[in-house]
Design a binder for this molecule. Structure first.
Ligand code: UDP
Ligand code: MN
Length: 340
């Protein structure tokens, strides 16, 4: 048998030619594999790899992912990718809206919010602040940098937290439709009880942008507080969901945020028809939305953080939540150190 294998030749081709042919096929297969990998990485926009942060003592802490399984970049402001993104947007001339609700007693957060945004939010870029408020006279008179505007949109609203958590998405979608959509390219929505403490640049701009919740970042999927009531429009099955996102900051192209706000408001209205409101209010519906339509870019907890034992251990903090964590001011609603 061995002798047969050694001596067998197909008609017309010598053994040396066969060997070369096999080698050529292997080389071609390798080349095609390499090309496919390159194309995949290009489609993902960034090279998938994991890095580790070091603490001051040099001890390695949480592993930091740079890209999701579906190719969405995860934004860490000091990384090279973010620098490149800022350079890319430096001369593009895009306009970004920043929308916040300021109803009732939350007006006392507004000045601090705008002053810190003027210092750190999209520095050097055109920004329009949209203040959705029930109190036009409560808007502070602040001088803004060149290219930056503030527009107050009056909304007659009851200053009750639970009521607002049911109506904000529909108020947002109608404000985008009526006023905002023709004025800006991108729109970001934030809670007003936050403050910028570090640079937040064009690295955040993307088609549909979510932000990791600082408590659930790097935590296992089974800990995510998705909605568990089967009949709710926010319901998430155990097999669904990639990450848990915060409702304190999300954004993207104005058209995308319109779709987000409209769909979330429809979910909320449908749940209200059966007298139900999801466990974590808007955040539950937002997380459902981001399962149906995955974000194209995700901001790391640098962009939503508060000081508490439960939040992830990160080096740079850019946006702080004032009502959560251990630095609450005397006027905030809760008395304890941490709340979700
Ligand atoms: N908000 C408001 N008035 C209220 C309650 C809420 O203007 O009476 C707005 C405000 O922008 C606030 C956001 O809705 O930041 C979300 O509410 P909150 O910060 O209390 O929610 P949490 O961060 O606790 O989920
Ligand atoms: Mn808040």
């Amino acid at each position: 048998m061995a002798r047969f294998l050694h001596t067998k030749q197909l008609p017309g081709l010598e053994r040396g030619t066969w060997r070369r042919l096999v080698l050529f096929c292997c080389a071609m297969a390798g080349f095609i594999y390499f090309l496919k990998a390159q194309l995949h990485q290009r489609a993902a926009g960034e090279k998938p790899f994991v890095t580790y942060l070091s603490t001051a003592s040099g001890k390695k802490v949480d592993p930091l992912i740079n890209v999701t399984s579906w190719g969405a970049p995860i934004v860490w402001g000091d990384r090279e990718e973010s620098q490149l993104r800022r350079m890319e947007f430096a001369d593009k001339g895009v306009t970004t809206g920043l929308a916040v609700f300021v109803i009732g007693k939350y007006s006392h957060y507004l000045q601090k919010f705008i002053v810190s945004a003027e210092r750190y939010f999209l520095e050097g870029q055109a920004v329009t602040y949209y203040i959705l408020t029930d109190n036009l006279r409560g808007i502070p008179n602040l001088s803004l940098r060149t290219g930056r505007k503030l527009k107050a949109l009056y909304i007659a609203e009851r200053p009750e937290w639970v009521h607002l958590s049911r109506t904000r998405m529909s108020l947002l979608s109608s404000s985008i439709k009526e006023f905002i959509k023709n004025e800006v390219d991108y729109l970001f929505c934030m809670d007003v009880d936050q403050v910028f403490i570090n640079r937040v640049g064009a690295e955040i701009l993307g088609d549909l942008v979510a932000t990791f919740h600082p408590v659930y970042f790097n935590r296992p999927h089974y800990t995510f507080p998705y909605e568990t009531t089967l009949d709710s429009k926010a319901y998430v099955e155990d097999s669904e969901g990639d990450y848990y996102y915060t409702s304190e900051l999300y954004g993207g192209l104005c058209s995308e945020i319109y779709e987000l706000a409209l769909l979330c408001s429809q979910f909320i209205i449908q749940d209200m028809e059966m007298s139900y409101h999801a466990f974590l209010f808007e955040e539950s519906y937002l997380n459902r939305f981001f399962i149906n339509k995955r974000p194209s870019r995700i901001l790391s907890p640098e962009y939503s953080w508060w000081d508490a034992p439960e939040t992830s251990n990160i080096q740079v903090k850019r946006i702080l939540s004032l009502q959560r964590g251990c630095f609450q001011d005397s006027e905030s609603k809760g008395a304890n150190c941490y709340s979700t």
